[in-house]
Design a protein around this ligand. Structure first.
Ligand SMILES: O=C(O)CCC(=O)C(=O)O
Length: 338
C-alpha cells in the first residue's frame, strides 16, 4: 500500500502522478529572482521610529518583513529545529499513529494541504498543533521524541510574546494606539505547522505548498537556515526569500489586511521543493478569538476613505477558508463591501 505520508523513507525516482501540476501552474524557478529589498528589522536597535517605518514599508509593499535580535534565544530556536527534525525521522508506523486528514482536529500529522478537497497534492508532510492555552493542548501533543512537549512549549511561549510585540508595533505603524489591534483580536489562539518537505524527485513539477495567503492575523515563520524554498508574490512576480540564519519571517495575515482597511497586504506566498535536501519550516500562527469582529478602526477611515470589508467574525472567516481549495481567489475578496 502506498503510504499516506511522503516522509516514509521511500526513495521516489519519479514524481507520483497525483502531485504533478498542469504545465501552466508549475513553479518555473528560472523566472524567480531574489527578494533583496524587504526590510530586515533589528528589533534591538533602540530607534522606534526607524522600526515602525520599516514595518510600514514591509507591510505595505511586501506584506511581510524579517526580524533579527527579536529576543528569542538561539538555544530555543535550535532545540525547536532539532526536535522537529527528530520527529519527522521517526519510523513511519510511529508517525502514522498521529495521521489525520480532518482539518478540525486540534493535533494531527497530515500531508499536502487539504487532501479531502484538493485535486493535486503537494510535496509536504506537516504536524499541526493548537498551542494556546498550552495546558489544554500539550497533553495531546506527540510524546515521542520525549523532549518534544517541553521544547515546543518553550518555543511557543516565546513566539507568542514576540507576536504580541509585533502586533503593537504594527498598530503604531498605522498611527493607532499600540493596543488597538490586540484589543480587537481578543484572547488570541495560537497554532503551529511544522512543515517537512522531503527531497522531491521532480521538483519542477510540483509545490511543497502552492500560493496561498494565511487566514489568521500574523504568522511568524522559522525557515530552514540551510535550504531555501519560500517565495512571495510582489507586483505579479515571484521572489525567493533567502533564509537569514537568525531571522524570523513575519507575514501579515488576512485579518490584519482587513483590520488595516487593506493598507497592509496579506502576502501570497508558496514553498517550492528541491531534489537533494529535505527542508523544514515552523510556522506559528496568531489567530483572533472566534468571536472577534473584524472591523477596521474608525481612525483609519476618518478621512473619508471607503470601508473596504464588511464586518465579520473570525469563526465565519476560518470556516470559509477551510471549505475552499488553496489555489483560488483571495478569501478576503468574498468579504468585500460592494
Ligand atoms: O515552508 C515555508 O516556507 C512556508 C510555510 C507556509 O507558508 C505555511 O505553513 O503556511
Amino acid at each position: 500500500m502506498e503510504s499516506k505520508l511522503i516522509s516514509s523513507g521511500i526513495n521516489y525516482l519519479t514524481l507520483p502522478q497525483s502531485y504533478v501540476r498542469p504545465e501552466s501552474e508549475r513553479p518555473r524557478v528560472s523566472e524567480v529572482s531574489d527578494c533583496k529589498k524587504v526590510p530586515l528589522i533589528d528589533l534591538s536597535c533602540g530607534d522606534r521610529s526607524l522600526i515602525l517605518g520599516q514595518i510600514r514599508d514591509g507591510c505595505r509593499n511586501y506584506g511581510f518583513f524579517q526580524v533579527i535580535n527579536h529576543g528569542i534565544s538561539k538555544d530555543v530556536v535550535e532545540k525547536m529545529v532539532k526536535v522537529a527534525n527528530d520527529f519527522f525521522s521517526l519510523p513511519l508506523e510511529e508517525k502514522l499513529k498521529l495521521y489525520s486528514d480532518d482539518p478540525s482536529k486540534t493535533m494531527r500529522l497530515s500531508t499536502s494541504f487539504n487532501v479531502q478537497k484538493e485535486t493535486v497534492h503537494n510535496w509536504r508532510d506537516y504536524l499541526r498543533l493548537h498551542c494556546y492555552p498550552l495546558e489544554q493542548y500539550v497533553p495531546e501533543w506527540p510524546s515521542n521524541p520525549s523532549s518534544f512537549k517541553e521544547i515546543v512549549s518553550n518555543y511557543c511561549k516565546e513566539v507568542r510574546e514576540l507576536g504580541f510585540r509585533l502586533q503593537e508595533a504594527v498598530a503604531e505603524s498605522l498611527g493607532l494606539d499600540k493596543g488597538c489591534i490586540k484589543d480587537v483580536l481578543g484572547e488570541q489562539g495560537q497554532h503551529m505547522a511544522i512543515n517537512y518537505y522531503p527531497p522531491c524527485p521532480e521538483p519542477e513539477l510540483t509545490y511543497g505548498l502552492p500560493a496561498h495567503t494565511d487566514p489568521n492575523a500574523l504568522t511568524i515563520l522559522l525557515q530552514d537556515s540551510n535550504v531555501a524554498g519560500l517565495q512571495v508574490l510582489k507586483d505579479g512576480k515571484w521572489l525567493a526569500v533567502k533564509p537569514h540564519p537568525d531571522a524570523f519571517v513575519v507575514n501579515i495575515g488576512d485579518q490584519l489586511q482587513a483590520l488595516s482597511n487593506g493598507m497592509y497586504k496579506s502576502v501570497w506566498h508558496r514553498a517550492i521543493v528541491n531534489a537533494d535536501k529535505a527542508r523544514l519550516s515552523v510556522a506559528s500562527f496568531l489567530c483572533p478569538c472566534d468571536q472577534a469582529v473584524m472591523s477596521a478602526p474608525k481612525a483609519l477611515t476618518a478621512d473619508g476613505s471607503p470601508v473596504i470589508y464588511r464586518d465579520f467574525t473570525y469563526a465565519e472567516y476560518y470556516k470559509k477558508f477551510w471549505s475552499r481549495n488553496l489555489d483560488q481567489e483571495h478569501c478576503l475578496e468574498l468579504f468585500k463591501n460592494q
